[in-house]
Write a protein that binds this ligand. Structure first.
Ligand code: ADE
Ligand code: ZN
Length: 326
């Protein structure tokens, strides 16, 4: 392959990125040592060897387990700093970053520690890395709606740092509708709304996220392709989908990258974006995902450019900021 590949260099926004999913094995061991946390792996090689997932749940078990090393503001700062440096090297100019406060609170780490720690790295991101940022607080859908509501309450002092709310964790059996009230409360606070839907769950969960939660953007949304009427609606309303191709392969949402529906989704007129989800676990950052789909699916340079443009269109950047980022 000799032709020029703009996958890494093309300016892009990343809209589906769990900051806890950027925890590389090396940093995990460094933080474990710093905090006196024992990990059930001998070394980074043994940890990496455990990254063979059957499905979303088998990944989530490891992902939540490894979070044990994240304890202080400095830990969250180091985590975000490492992500931003890697993202900058792959052409990311704007990042809307998910975090999972309930997963930390469960270990006695308050939302203030998480937000202030991440904020230290985010505050210098534009000058240090040329990346503008926003934080999206995710609710865990396998926890109760009451827990989500009290998390939103706990976030009140930090809302100036948070652009929106999301919904993640184990999808099947945890449909969006249960979170109606907390999404209404979030909207009343001026927060933007997104939700994971149609990753492992059925197309009905996507419809529900739109109708009941009022989401402006769907995370994954892969399984919309099973429902032509839903596809027509997403096209008509220009609802962005934040696809994560390498994640879909590793979590077996698709059999192989060559079989990913991205080209069919673009042909259908869907506003698709390409993102990394949990790059430390799934084999690559944003540019790696662009490169992988370009190679596996034979995307033209024009399609690559469309995907990059879509990422800014689908972002929560105001339009003058959007122009500057590009
Ligand atoms: N949490 C982190 N990554 C996730 C994903 N891909 N789906 C649902 N919850 C997640
Ligand atoms: Zn995700």
């Amino acid at each position: 392959e000799r032709s020029y590949d703009a996958s890494m260099s093309i300016p892009k926004a990343e809209l589906h990125l769990h900051i806890e999913g950027t925890l590389e094995p090396e940093l995990a061991f460094e933080l474990a040592a710093r905090n006196g946390v024992a990990l059930p792996y001998a070394d980074t090689g043994e940890l990496r060897a455990a990254y063979l997932f059957e499905d979303l749940q088998s990944f989530l078990d490891l992902y939540y387990g490894l979070m044990a090393v994240l304890r202080t503001e400095e830990d969250f700062e180091d985590l975000a700093e490492a992500y931003l440096a890697r993202a900058a090297a792959q052409g990311v100019r704007h990042a809307e970053i998910f975090f999972d406060p309930q997963a930390h609170l469960a270990r006695g780490v308050g939302i203030g520690t998480v937000v202030e720690g991440l904020g230290r790295a985010l505050d210098r991101s534009e000058s240090a890395h040329g990346i503008s940022t926003g934080l999206i607080m995710c609710f865990l859908r396998d926890e109760s709606a009451e827990s989500a509501m009290s998390t939103l309450e706990a976030a009140r002092p930090y809302l100036d740092r948070i652009v929106g709310v999301g919904l993640d964790s184990a999808e099947v059996g945890n449909p969006p509708a249960g979170f109606r009230e907390v999404y209404e409360a979030a909207a009343a606070l001026g927060l933007r709304r997104v939700a994971h839907a149609g990753e492992e769950g059925p197309p009905e969960y996507i419809t529900e996220a739109l109708d009941v939660l009022g989401v402006e953007r769907v995370d994954h949304g892969l399984r919309c392709m099973e429902d032509p009427e839903l596809v027509a609606r997403l096209v008509r309303d220009r609802v962005p989908l934040t696809l994560c191709p390498l994640s879909n392969v590793r979590l077996r949402a698709v059999d192989a990258l060559e079989e990913h529906p991205l080209p069919a989704m673009l042909d259908a007129g869907l506003l698709c974006t390409v993102n990394s989800d949990d790059p430390a676990y799934f084999g690559g950052y944003a540019g790696d995902n662009f490169r992988a789909v370009r190679q596996a699916l034979g995307l033209s340079p024009e399609r690559l450019r469309d995907l990059a443009r879509n990422s800014f269109v689908a972002s929560f950047l105001e339009h003058d900021e959007e122009r500057r980022a590009r």
